[in-house]
Design a protein around this ligand. Structure first.
Ligand code: ADP
Length: 594
């Protein structure tokens, strides 16, 4: 069976569709891209013209010297100088313009990706959580950008430049032009295809090995403690060593392919020049060609190969770019779990209440009767405080996700703020809800920016007031740069309790009428927890509160009613005192188990 010319990931309809989609993304920048291409083309032509004219000029000067004839050497010398300047200046302008275009494209691509990603969060992005995947995506986005600089520009310049060069050559000798064209096609089409075929398999294996090596290195570093305790360092080091060896072997194959391509390109260029001489010498004898035109044509042919030099790399880059595009489009093509019409009317928040009746939610891919919420009913009157307790896996966090409009539910009804939950556009709904949960994400920016996330137009006084209420102000004020101190990567510089206080301050700043506390003191020591509960009490003041917890000790003071959840439904409800008084109840059992 004949093997196809291009590997399937370059020639499939999918690859063509991805390429069209990618090029469409670049459309707003076509003027920049075009000027970059023009500068690259002019540079190439100036270089080729420089070589050819120099060949003619030197030969002509020698001939004139031998025969003692007179010649105007000012014009060709000026032309050569002009071409030399055009080549250098052109290279500079080309770099300037193509890099400007590249940066603009990169910025546009990143913003585009983020915009597309946003509606998918968090439900569709579960699989993207791992650090490896997110760094992979970052490099994929950067790879998309290579399409312009490393693929489109070289291919366009080679095609247009090559055609102009061959046409000019034909003015001197059609046969020389035909031979040059043949060798240019060999160098510009056959060699890149060969390199691609030779480099394809090792290239793919290298990508996989690189990912394995990265995760083995991260595992080795993050698990160093465990590895030392259990004596696994040697084995891990051997694993990394084996992966590195495998990578070197693949790299060697790739280098061999690139080396072969370089050699073949050089061979094609020199053979073309040799053939030119073989063809042109009889023409000089027959006086169809002036003697000085012989070296001119030979150098012209040689220099024209500059047009095709970047093509093997361009074809390889095209493969890598399309693979990256497939991964990026694959992520973005996931439909959002909740699809909203763009022109959805925004209801008016009329009352801070929550009524849930027979709510059932099943995660996609879960079994037919694996309901995470299985007929949950709950009533939260304005100003009420209700605690939701239950063992791990009961469905408490799922309820929060559904209320925030992150996951779609299948059955039952939910009314929130006076309207059906499904009548709310997610963003408008979330503006009325403040959440303090066990994981507070802190961005790697200043403390102030982290707080103002909740209210971007907050005044400095408002920020300070919120921090005072959250018992955070004294700590921040004592930092070297106060509110302008950088938090550090993933909030490393704040303790668990302080991070939780940032969440409380954010919730205060947002000043939303409905407050959801999702295990707000989880993972803290008893003393910090007690302090924090006091601040949470301040936050709860005047708000309708849904408190999710499995810490039962602080409940009586905090809430009016407790709902005990098990397997997605409420199995018991009543005031904390009532529930504690039932000796065989679920709440009593949970309480006694602690
Ligand atoms: P809780 O917060 O009470 O510990 P969860 O709401 O996290 O309980 O989980 C309820 C059930 O839903 C569990 O069986 C859990 O495995 C499942 N679940 C939770 N999140 C997801 C998810 N993102 N995808 C699939 N199943 C999930």
């Amino acid at each position: 069976m004949r093997r196809p010319l291009l590997p399937p990931d370059l020639a499939s309809p999918q690859a063509r569709a991805d390429l069209r989609r990618l090029v469409a993304l670049f459309r707003p920048y076509r003027a920049w891209m075009l000027w970059g291409g023009v500068a690259a083309l002019l540079t190439l032509l100036a270089n080729v013209a420089l070589m050819a004219t120099s060949g003619w000029f030197i030969a002509q000067m020698a001939l004139v010297g031998l025969t003692g004839a007179a010649m105007d050497y000012f014009t060709p010398a000026a032309f050569i100088r002009a071409m030399a300047i055009a080549r250098t200046g052109g290279r500079y302008v080309e770099r300037l313009v193509t890099h400007e275009a590249t940066f603009r494209l990169l910025q546009a691509l990143r913003v585009w990706f983020y915009r597309q990603l946003e509606p998918l969060a968090p439900a569709r992005l579960q699989q993207l959580r791992s650090a490896d995947l997110s760094s992979r995506i970052l490099s994929d986005i950067d790879a998309l950008n290579h399409l312009y600089l490393r693929v489109l520009v070289p291919v366009a310049v080679a095609t247009v430049g090559g055609a102009l060069i061959i046409a000019t050559m034909a003015l001197f000798s059609v046969r020389v032009a035909a031979v040059a064209l043949l060798f240019l096609l060999l160098a510009g089409v056959a060699v890149p295809l060969l390199t691609l075929r030779l480099g394809h398999a090792p290239g793919r294996r290298l990508v996989a090995l690189r990912a394995d090596l990265r995760s083995a290195a991260v595992d080795g570093l993050q698990g160093l403690g465990e590895l030392r305790v259990y004596g696994g360092t040697q084995a891990q080091a051997q694993r990394i060593g084996a992966l590195t060896d495998a990578m070197i072997a693949e790299q060697r194959q790739l280098s061999r392919a690139t080396g072969l391509a370089q050699g073949l390109l050089g061979l094609a260029a020199n053979l073309a020049m040799w053939c030119t001489l073989v063809l042109a010498v009889p023409l000089v004898h027959a006086t169809a060609l002036a003697p000085a035109q012989l070296p001119m044509l030979a150098l012209f042919v040689l220099a024209s190969f500059e047009a095709v030099m970047p093509l093997p790399l361009a074809l390889q880059m095209l493969g890598e770019t399309l693979a990256a595009a497939r991964r990026v489009f694959g992520i973005l093509d996931a439909r959002p779990q909740i699809e909203e019409a763009a022109d959805m009317p925004v209801p008016h928040w009329t009352e801070s209440s929550l009524h849930i009746d027979g709510l059932r939610l099943r995660y996609p891919g879960a079994g037919d009767d694996a309901w995470a919420l299985d007929g949950l009913s709950l009533d939260l009157q304005p100003g009420a405080r209700v605690a939701l307790v239950g063992p791990s896996g009961a469905g408490k966090s799922t309820l929060v996700q559904a209320l925030l409009r992150f996951w779609e539910y299948q059955q039952g009804s939910v009314r929130i703020g006076g309207h059906d939950l499904r009548a709310w556009p997610g963003e408008a709904l979330r503006a009325h809800i403040a959440v303090v949960s066990q994981d507070t994400y802190l961005f790697n920016t200043t403390v102030r920016d982290n707080l103002m996330l909740a209210k971007p137009d907050a005044t400095p006084e408002e920020v300070i007031a919120a921090c005072k209420a959250a018992q955070l102000h004294d700590f921040i004020a004592a930092l070297p740069e106060g509110y302008d101190t950088w938090v550090g990567e993933a909030g490393m510089r704040l303790s668990g309790g302080q991070a939780r206080r940032v969440a409380i301050a954010r919730a205060l700043l947002r000043n939303a009428p409905l407050l959801i506390l999702d295990e707000p003191t989880e993972g803290l020591d008893a003393v910090t927890e007690r302090d924090l509960l006091r601040d949470i009490a301040t936050l709860m003041h005047g708000r309708t509160v849904l408190l999710i917890t499995h810490r039962l000790a602080a409940l009586p003071a905090a809430v009016d009613q407790v709902l005990v959840m098990e397997a997605g439904r409420v199995v018991e409800r009543g005031s904390p005192a009532e529930l504690l008084a039932r000796p065989t109840g679920a709440f009593r059992a949970l309480h006694d188990a602690l």
